[in-house]
Design a protein around this ligand. Structure first.
Ligand code: DGY
Length: 320
């Protein structure tokens, strides 16, 4: 059977597929595979190990052919999947939950610390002026005693909440589902609406999937609800934040700063964002640890091996 891995991945995933006896083709290009090349390369595959930039829709599924059994996303998010199209073609979609939780949660905290302690600004200053103590130079904000608002209490949001608690923060959260057990365990407080969370937080960390209901969840009106001293962190999906509205809010000091790992229209940031001092930006690398990315490839490979061997996948995607 034929498996296409649309882009080179770290870890043993490709070897696992080869050892299972499949004929494996791996995309060797630097970036995501260009659409027409992708549609050509996946033709005839029984399984595809794909990237979140690969839109898995009617066009894609028709291009592969009716022998296709599984598309294994190299990501926990699967907003690139057209779920009705997958089910009408009888193709299983899988993702990579759990194995990247720690990496993403730690990156959210790296961003929180970078923006509140002005690490990028300070780094630039250190390069131009050397190291020189000044009583009022680069004053930032401490985390202990501040309120961390976790928007979305899935696996990653829960871990961010735990880390926040360990750092002495008050943790509040909003999710479509209240979780009294988690509240008890971690000492977190539920807020009944995103608006209540936004107005009470010193730091808002976004951890919701991209759905119709979460697109532009953080918009101009909601940014105005945040404290002028507060910070917005996004490691989920770019379109959850209206990036143009965010640029305005950062320019007008509606909020103190933002740190983003994801953009609304990747790979480009909204005009003006990169010129601001009160932002920290990383290029969608929250899960980029050797541990997480290797495990993601291996879990995706395992899903393909299971399905092509006639067994159920370990981590099928579920409609939210
Ligand atoms: C995901 O897994 O959904 C991330 O965005 C990439 O790690």
């Amino acid at each position: 059977m034929k498996v296409v891995v649309t882009r080179k991945i770290p870890g043993n995933g490709v070897k696992m597929l080869q050892d299972a006896g499949f004929e494996v083709t791996v995309g060797e290009q630097d970036g995501p595979m260009e659409r027409s090349k992708l549609l050509e390369t996946i033709k005839g595959a029984d399984g595809v190990l794909g990237q979140l930039q690969d839109k898995v829709n009617e066009e894609y599924l028709t291009a592969v052919g009716s022998q296709l059994k599984i598309v294994a996303n190299f990501a926990v998010g699967f907003d690139n999947f057209d779920l009705p199209a997958l089910s009408s073609h009888n193709v299983i979609g899988t993702n990579t939950p759990d194995v990247l939780t720690e990496a993403v949660a730690e990156h959210a905290f790296a961003l929180i610390m970078a923006i509140t302690r002005r690490i990028v600004e300070a780094h630039k200053l250190a390069l131009t002026q050397g190291s020189s103590f000044g009583p009022e130079v680069m004053l930032g904000m401490e985390l202990k005693g501040k309120t961390l608002g976790v928007l979305g209490l899935g696996r990653i949001g829960s871990r961010v909440a735990e880390i926040g608690k360990a750092m002495g923060m008050n943790v509040i959260y909003y999710d479509v589902k209240q979780n009294p057990e988690f509240e008890q365990k971690v000492g977190a407080e539920f807020k009944a609406t995103p608006d209540e969370l936004l107005s009470a937080s010193d730091i808002v960390s976004v951890h919701v999937p991209l759905l119709d209901s979460t697109r532009h969840l953080i918009n101009a009106d909601r940014l105005k609800m945040m404290k002028p001293t507060s910070y917005l962190i996004n490691t989920s999906r770019g379109p959850v934040v209206d990036e143009v509205a965010l640029v305005e809010a950062l320019k007008n000091k509606t909020i103190a700063g933002a740190a983003l790992d994801v953009g609304e229209t990747e790979p480009k940031w909204a005009p003006g964002l990169v010129d601001l001092d009160n932002v920290v930006l990383t290029p969608h690398i929250a899960s980029a640890t050797t541990e997480a990315r290797s495990a993601m490839g291996e879990l995706a490979a395992e899903n393909i091996i299971e399905v092509l061997s006639g067994r159920p996948p370990k981590t099928p995607v579920k409609k939210s």
